[in-house]
Design a protein around this ligand. Sequence first.
Ligand code: AMP
Length: 286
Amino acid sequence: MSEKLKIAIQKSGRLHENSLRLLKECGISFDNGNDHLKIQANNFPLEILFLRNSDIPQYVEDGVADIAIIGQNLIIEKDKKIEEIIKLGFSKCRLSLAVPKNVEYPGLTWFNGRKIATSYPNTLKKFLDKNNIRVEIHEISGSVEIAPNIGLADGICDLVSSGSTLFKNGLKEVEIILESEACLAAKTDVDAKKKILLDKLIFRMKAVLTSRNNKYVLLNAPDKKLDTIKRIIPGIKSPTIMPLAEKGWSSVHSVINENDFWEIIDQLKENGAQGILIIPIEKMIV
Ligand code: AMP
């Protein structure tokens, strides 16, 4: 049997849907069998293993899987022989310390001699040691945010994205320990044959991720403004410019970054652009 790359993804939870979506957008087709522990892709030498999130780093270190989609926070917490390959842009969050909202928080020293509940004891301990703070760490596996209310701890260390869970539980975020997002991670010593497959997959993922951040733009511009418009939307190499049937006007095609979108549109309008069309890009290879 020819060599297959084995990827571990979360069996259930926040990363599950986005991980499957990314693989599909990379052109990898598979049947989502319910309750399967592993499935084979139909058109790429890939086996997909569905595992419990917190077990994934160990499975990758042991070679049960070669690569995985997990949060950067988990790589740091578990400290196994695995490394981040590319960031995937979803499940953005931060690992933070939070305290009851009525606490007048003077700084990290507030935690000295107190109890902190967390599911991330290693990352927390490293952070506190570095800052010379001595605390009692209570490791719990879920619903960390209720710990102060039930008298289990004085504060918590947990993942936060919008902050609404903290708010609902009468807590406030006081320190950020690290920022995290989902990433593709791999065993530090992937063997050579699998590395070829991994490089193919990385190439596809980068094409999908780049296209998500960019839009194709088409517009009509007065010829006398073309030099300025070329500077506003330089595109990948340079914009395409074609004369319109109407004299003195051209059609300009280019690519713009999602983050600068509205600012660029304003500048284009100020320079006489008309009939601006914005089109999503499916894949982008630069
Ligand atoms: P879970 O689905 O809760 O097991 O979380 C799995 C992973 O999702 C974590 O290891 C984080 O990388 C990420 N994550 C957890 N909590 C959040 C959150 N509040 N916002 C965004 N991502 C999160």
